[in-house]
Unconditional design. Structure first.
Ligand code: HEC
Length: 170
């Protein structure tokens, strides 16, 4: 299943159509002015390829690498964590209380993709956009760019993530 998802991802990134798109949370048009957060992943700087030794990292990070490492041979590459200025304190506090709307971004800079997390009534919502706002969230919810993949991890690691926030400011 994962391999099908990975093969699909490379086509999807190149593809500009929107027929399969289905983000749960809106594109943040002003994302380029958001604040960069300094988190464990941001300090590593990149998501590595599949042959990286990540055994020293917490299980949630190992699983993230396992799921996304094969999107290109050297791995997904450089990342930034971006936080909407209005929720900077909520992100630092790691206690939830996020307002409705898109609040956080994992910017995959080499892939030119934005993984976005937003909220509706405190419930985390997920999506994937190109930098220009094209919604490339996979309508097949179980694929690696489908919202269920995000949800299983971000909501599933309930001891680690708070209201869909998995990173911590350092
Ligand atoms: C297997 C686990 C896993 C999966 C699957 C996953 N993520 Fe994450 N994600 C993480 C972890 C861990 C971090 C925190 C990394 C850090 O900054 O140290 C993170 C960070 C983020 C952030 C930055 C805000 C935060 O939570 O600190 C966003 C936004 C995000 N992910 C969105 C997504 C979206 C959208 C998807 C699905 C397309 C997804 N993620 C899939 C584990 C995962």
């Amino acid at each position: 299943m994962k391999n099908i998802g990975k093969a699909f991802l490379s086509g999807l990134i190149l593809w500009t159509g929107m027929a399969l798109a289905g983000s749960e949370t809106p594109f943040p048009g002003d994302w380029q002015s958001w604040n960069k957060a300094s988190t464990p992943l941001a300090s590593i700087g990149a998501l590595p390829g599949c042959d990286a030794d990540v055994s020293a990292l917490p299980p949630i990070y190992q699983e993230t690498v396992e799921i996304y490492c094969a999107v290109r041979p050297e791995g997904p590459g450089a990342v930034d964590i971006l936080v909407k200025p209005a929720v900077a304190d909520a992100y630092k506090g790691r206690k939830g209380g996020f307002p409705d709307g898109t609040n956080m971004i994992l910017h995959l800079k080499d892939l030119q993709l934005l993984f976005v997390t937003g909220h509706t009534g405190g419930a985390a919502q997920y999506g994937v956009y190109k930098e220009d706002g094209t919604d490339v969230t996979d309508a097949d919810a179980s694929s690696i760019l489908g919202v269920n993949t995000c949800r299983v991890c971000h909501t599933g690691y309930a001891d680690f993530c708070v209201e869909g926030q998995c990173g911590a400011s350092q």
